[in-house]
Ligand binder design. Structure first.
Ligand code: NAD
Length: 255
């Protein structure tokens, strides 16, 4: 399929994991993608592999100046119409063990970064006749877990900012939606030190009893980026194997 032919996208955190899977799928669908990250070597290697369909630019999402440079560079690929705010970091400590510095660091990347992204691309998207912003939140932007006070607060904020931005930008033909992955097998999920088979075991009580794969979330993002999603904005799109719906209870009758 070529659902994104002629479109230009910026993907943050695009060097690996879900960001990389998203870059690859957007390119397969015909888009040109500015891959951005703070991991320059893998980001540049991915851009080199994808040839004319991609370029790489260093972008620390917490820095306004980096955003301005990236938006400018995206113009080399064509008129920008898609932003995937994917970059984030995980942090797992209790409320009592989370310092103010920890909290502000997570905030500046996961929350301020998404805000700066939406703010930075808006003039271009408006000038180009509209577009689609996809903000990657999490299952932890719908519920939470012990140890996620900092991370989860940012993911709930991403969900809320998505709705506020959707209200402001709709009249300019700009859609803003959030994507909520469950457990997905990436470096953030420990893929460097546990096997996929072991990761599956965490999800034995889920309707789909296995870990998710980056491409399964990228598929949702590609749909939202495309003109198939023209009536969807301010909404939450979930790819979590049924996690947020409930858990299978083995002590109750089942099929
Ligand atoms: P990952 O750690 O594999 O990739 C994240 C990418 O973001 C990396 O390339 C990293 O270098 C980049 N990054 C980190 N700090 C940055 C900064 N300041 N500026 C720019 N880039 C930066 O993680 P992933 O699992 O691919 O996560 C992608 C998104 O999905 C994140 O928003 C994450 O919170 C969300 N998510 C992940 C899971 C999961 O189980 N993996 C579940 C729910 C939500």
């Amino acid at each position: 399929m070529a659902r994104l032919l002629g479109k230009v996208a910026i993907v943050t955190g695009g060097a690996r994991g879900m960001g990389e899977a998203t870059v690859r799928l957007l390119v397969e669908e015909g888009a040109k993608v500015l891959i951005t990250d703070v991991l320059d070597a893998p980001g540049q290697a991915l851009a080199d592999e994808l040839g004319e369909s991609a370029a790489y630019s260093r972008l620390d999402v917490s820095k306004k100046g980096d955003w301005e440079a990236a938006v400018k560079k995206s113009g080399d690929l064509g008129p920008l119409s898609i932003l995937v705010n994917n970059a984030a970091i995980i942090f797992q400590k209790t409320i009592m063990d989370t310092t103010e510095e920890d909290f502000m660091k997570i905030f500046s990347i996961n929350q301020l970064g998404v805000f700066l992204g939406m703010q930075s691309v808006f003039p271009s998207l408006k000038a180009n006749g509209g577009g689609s912003i996809i903000n990657v939140s999490s299952i932890d932007g719908l519920q939470s877990k012990n140890s996620l006070v900092a991370y989860s607060s940012t993911k709930w904020a991403v969900r809320g900012m998505t709705k506020a931005a959707a209200m402001e930008m709709g009249k300019f033909n700009i859609r803003v939606n959030s994507v909520h992955p469950g457990g997905v097998f990436t470096a953030m999920h420990g893929s460097d030190f546990i096997s996929q088979e072991d990761a599956d075991k965490f999800y034995h009580s889920h309707a789909i009893p296995r870990v998710g794969l980056p491409r399964e979330v990228a598929a949702l993002t590609a749909f939202l980026a495309s003109d198939e999603a023209t009536y969807s904005t301010g909404a939450e799109f979930i790819a979590d194997g049924g996690w947020s719906a409930g858990l299978v209870n083995d002590s109750l009758p089942q099929l």
